[in-house]
Design a protein around this ligand. Sequence first.
Ligand code: SF4
Length: 324
Amino acid sequence: MVSNYCPKLTMSKEMINISLANPRGFCAGVERAILIVERTLEKYGAPIYVHHEVVHNKFVINRLKEKGVIFVESLKEIPNSSHVIFSAHGVSKAIVKESDKLNLISIDATCPLVTKVHREVNKLSNDEYTIIMIGHKGHPEVEGTIGQIEKNSLATQIHLVENIEDVNNLKVSNPNKLSYVSQTTLSIDDTKKIIEALKDKFPLIIGPKSNDICYATQNRQEAVKKMFSLHDLVFVVGSKNSSNSNRLLDMVKDKNIDAILIDDMSQFQSKWIKNKKSIGITAGASAPEILVQGLIQEIKKITKVSISEIKGVEETIIFKLPKI
Ligand code: SF4
């Protein structure tokens, strides 16, 4: 027998409650970085080169590509005297030097909160501290921050730790002059545990006055916590390479609640919401609201919904643009 069942067109009789996390989506650093690229395009015309994805979101990157932005991983791919924008994640000193050597005209879209961590690292290095960086290996922000210490530096060593096991295995030459910094988009709770482990092992270690984890990451993590008791499924709108989106996903999964990371609504599957009564939606700091609304539209195609916003911190931070 041939079934006429078509999941996309089957309308559920049940009403699904959708609640939206607040705050969610774009942070001030991402808004600023995208504006920098757009203003540079307006002023100098295409093509404009960007070192690494300016922010980690597929939709944003594709839209900028359509406007004439070329994303490169190596500055050698860029013709001499072109404009290059450094991404919101920041770059190492070696990249800045290479850009000058290649006669590129650089514009820095590094988030000011990442630049703050770079300043901390440079100060600690000047004071001859050994530095522990808490972060994810290979993430461009971590490479940029570690790269504030030049490879041939004799005065400063910088070590990366990703978890407590790394702390347990860590050996440093001078435990009396030790400091730590962190990536801005980590899990607050996991980072707290790693810092505790560092303090247990190295009681004289010093760290920043306030956490390096940025306000946007903290607010989005606090907002998603409010969803734990309410929902049987949480969508995190964000791309696979977005660190803060992945942390939101981990937080929901850790509570044994179904969680799905999505950044392309053509991938939406109706089976995901089968038998779900209450769905939460949040979005990482690099995900635009248009994707959240696109997801709601996909859900509306197959069932009735009632939508509410969960109250949260109001964000008013705006970062100034650099001279373009
Ligand atoms: S997530 Fe935080 S550090 Fe990253 S761009 Fe946004 S505000 Fe800046």
